[in-house]
Design a protein around this ligand. Structure first.
Ligand SMILES: [Zn+2]
Length: 153
């Protein structure tokens, strides 16, 4: 018998069973000509300087063109949803400024982002036992990620 794969987070080795989606809440023109690495660096700066965290809070970023960048390591506990950071992976879609929680995915994000996000979710599922995929707005009175994940997934 082989054990099903499981990503474990932090010194306490919390098993990762959930993916939580976010958006950067930035306008479409924000750093539009900059590479994703520069956007990652800027969001990391917000999280470290403005919030005092040790690193970017998210584990992954996905840009409009579908390109993906790694933030915090998946084996480290993230900082993206109060009381739901242990055993979860946070994915942030670039965009979503002015979004409402009940908007449609396609109002703020691209089909390339949708494809990349679905591929990333499938990849994570192959490496740990994901029980659910949710959005920040499932846990807080926020618009983030700017659509209802249960309806999109
Ligand atoms: Zn969020």
């Amino acid at each position: 018998m082989t054990e099903p794969p499981m990503i474990l987070q932090g010194a306490a080795r919390y098993p990762v069973r959930e993916i939580i989606l976010h958006c950067s809440a930035t306008r479409p023109e924000w750093m539009a000509n900059a590479p994703l690495s520069a956007k990652l660096a800027e969001i990391r700066r917000w999280h470290m300087q403005d919030r005092g965290w040790r690193n970017i809070g998210y584990h992954w970023l996905i840009d409009y063109d579908g390109q993906r960048a790694a933030g915090r390591r998946e084996t480290n506990i993230g900082a993206h949803v109060v009381d739901h950071n242990r055993g979860t992976i946070g994915i942030c879609l670039i965009g979503g400024h002015g979004a409402d929680a009940d908007d449609q995915f396609g109002e703020h994000f691209t089909s390339a982002q949708a494809r990349s996000l679905r591929a990333l979710i499938a990849d994570i599922r192959s490496r740990t036992q994901i029980a659910k995929v949710t959005g920040h707005n499932d846990y807080a009175a926020k618009a983030c990620p700017g659509f209802r994940v249960a309806g999109w997934i």
